[in-house]
Design a protein around this ligand. Structure first.
Ligand code: M6R
Length: 595
């Protein structure tokens, strides 16, 4: 997820340190490149490159940048590889406009062709540059700035926000469509940013911007207009009183809840990133030619490997071996060779168990690919080809959004391997939103029935089996109850003896497996247990389960992905009900760099 920040002051002054600090405060979103631009009279000073904020700022001497207006941007590559030219901000053709964006302009490829055909100078492959040229196109045709932005809005498809300025002017402009944008109003300056943490050290007087609004920022005032008809919008500024930590939680009580609710947005990001990615083509070619494929990870990431192996088999007819990383060495290493491929999966990219397996596999000549969230982590440096999870920072120890994006990535790869039309996957973000909003109250309603128990089961079958394991892990991790994840059909082979009156057993039901799940439910309810089903609305589940947490209608594979969201919410609410901090469970660490 990229981040943008812009500031307008009364006169030329040193802006470098303000821009560096603003960029630092956006780093939690995740990024690979950093840039800054200042505007002073008729001069634009633009410096940018791939790397960490402090490294790039030092290398390019950001601290010495001066001007009356400044923009900084952190880029997380979507369109165009991470590179100096693709880093933001961007100039227009003749270098008198400068701007940067956050989000995705989904028709970027077509727009670039149009801009070049119209004679504009297009320097990068990045969609932030398309925002600048989209405005330039109408400025060059004689429209004023607001009108140019309104017209550009019609041309730029996708969810984004951008900030842009011109030489010999005293303003910056910004527009919001789908991505976050907040304005800050200070003494002698105004600023705009993707998020509050970069604004709050400067001012606590803010304006929250809505989609379809254009903001003009002067040093002493701001003006909001509707992109639809250009009319002025009146809005009183508000004063932020929360602590910085509360602000970073975005209004949620915990990072975990915030990250659960970020899943639709990050799923959208990763799907954009995967479409047309050269690394995907490379990974698919390796998988197609492999003698044997392994998906390797630990904990939550292993559950994603398991889900991936089910999708690969069911959708593409490709058998893959999912392996817990430490077991890879004793069980599979003796049998692997150069014709085999491993995908090493890790949120942090630093898990020692995964890196040990990777090192051993590489020594054996196996082709090793990566799937990681943290750019620049050891896993991303050690694998020649890796796919990013595009989740931004995941702060809470329990993994949520990184798990679903691992699963989305495997689903996408399975679709592509099968040669299936992948457009149905574009529905995932909206289906996740529906799932979360429907599940919230249903989950809260069953928490009191589960709370007295410190022992329970979570069962699934086929593609919902990995989700049951993941739900059980979340419950164990943050509620401190013992919850065993299991294949639903195994329950009768022993664990059924645990069932007593009201004993909770959660069943994750795939739409195609309802008859089998209903049998399992009855084995529990006829012994007095409480069978809590998670599945699509179905009269058989409704009639047999003690409770039904409903999922929206979706294909079996997408439905299995959705089913983990209510489980995350259940673990979260049960943890809070018990008075624990779900973000930082006892004894655990987010990154396990030890054997
Ligand atoms: O960073 P990784 O994905 O390699 O971490 C692996 C596990 O430690 C991790 O998935 C862990 O199980 C989760 N934080 C649990 O929520």
């Amino acid at each position: 997820m990229c981040g943008i920040f812009g500031i307008v002051t009364e006169k030329d002054q040193p802006l470098g340190s303000i821009l560096i600090e603003a960029a630092r405060r956006l780093t939690y979103r995740g990024y690979d490149s950093v840039g800054a631009a200042t505007i002073s009279g008729s001069r634009i000073d633009l410096r940018k490159d791939v790397g960490k904020v402090d490294e790039v700022a030092e290398r390019y001497h950001f601290a010495e940048m001066t001007g009356s207006r400044g923009i900084t941007q952190l880029r997380w590559a979507t369109f165009g590889a991470p590179s100096q030219v693709n880093a933001q901000p961007h100039l227009d053709s003749d270098g008198d406009l400068v701007g940067a964006h956050n989000g995705n302009v989904v028709n970027n490829v077509e727009l670039r062709q149009q801009f070049m055909a119209e004679g504009m100078t297009v320097r990068s492959h990045n969609d932030g540059e398309s925002c600048v040229h989209a405005v330039e196109r109408y400025i060059d045709r004689g429209y004023d700035f607001i009108e140019a932005i309104r017209r550009a809005y019609q041309d730029l498809q996708g969810d984004y926000a951008y900030v842009i300025g011109q030489i010999n002017d005293d303003k910056l402009y910004a527009v919001k469509k789908g991505s976050g944008l907040v304005v800050g109003i200070g003494e002698g300056f105004t600023c705009v940013s993707s998020d509050l943490p970069s604004i709050l050290p400067l001012t606590r007087k803010i304006l929250r911007i809505q989609d379809g609004e254009i903001i003009t920022l002067w040093a002493d005032r701001v003006e909001l207009r509707s992109v639809t008809d250009g009319r002025l919008i009146e809005r009183e500024p508000e004063r932020v009183t929360e602590t910085m930590e509360a602000v970073q939680k975005g209004g949620y009580a915990h990072f975990m809840l915030k990250e659960i609710h970020e899943q639709p947005q990050v799923a959208r990001e990763v799907l954009h990133r995967l479409a047309g990615s050269a690394e995907v083509d490379q990974a698919l070619a390796a998988i197609r030619n492999a003698r044997q494929v392994y998906f390797i990870g630990c904990g939550t990431s292993y559950h994603a490997c398991l889900a991936g192996s089910v999708y690969f088999a069911q959708l593409a007819g490709k058998a893959v071996i999912p392996v817990l990383a430490p077991q890879f060495i004793p069980q599979y290493l003796p049998a692997v060779n150069r014709q085999d491929v491993g995908i090493f999966v890790s949120q942090s990219g630093e898990t020692k168990d995964v890196l040990n397996a990777l090192q051993a596999a590489q020594a054996q000549g196996m082709t090793c690919l990566g799937l990681a969230n943290v750019i620049g982590s050891t896993l991303t440096k050690a694998t020649a080809c890796w796919l990013p999870l595009c989740c931004g920072y995941e702060i809470s120890v329990p993994a949520t959004k990184t798990f679903t994006n691992q699963v989305v990535t495997f689903l996408y790869l399975a679709y592509r391997l099968a040669g299936k039309d992948d457009r149905p996957l574009e529905d995932i973000p909206a289906l996740m939103e529906q799932t979360l909003s429907a599940a919230e109250s249903q989950i809260q309603a069953i928490v009191p029935a589960i709370n007295p128990w410190n022992d329970m089961y979570c069962l699934g079958y086929g593609a919902t089996y990995p989700m049951a394991l993941e739900g059980a892990l979340k419950l164990k991790e943050i509620t401190y109850a013992h919850c065993e994840g299991m294949l639903s059909t195994e329950f009768k082979h022993g664990p059924l003896s645990a069932v007593t009156d009201n004993y909770p057993v959660i069943f994750v039901a795939g739409p195609q497996d309802v008859p089998l799940i209903v049998s399992g439910i009855n084995e529990v309810t006829c012994r007095g247990g409480r069978a809590i089903a998670i599945g699509q609305e179905d009269s058989r589940l409704r009639a047999n389960a003690s409770d039904l947490i409903t999922l929206p209608a979706a294909s079996p594979e997408i439905s299995s992905l959705l089913s983990v969201l209510p489980l995350q919410l259940l673990a979260y609410h049960l943890s809070v009900e018990r008075g624990y901090d779900p973000d930082f469970p006892r004894n655990l660490s987010k990154t396990l760099t030890v054997d």
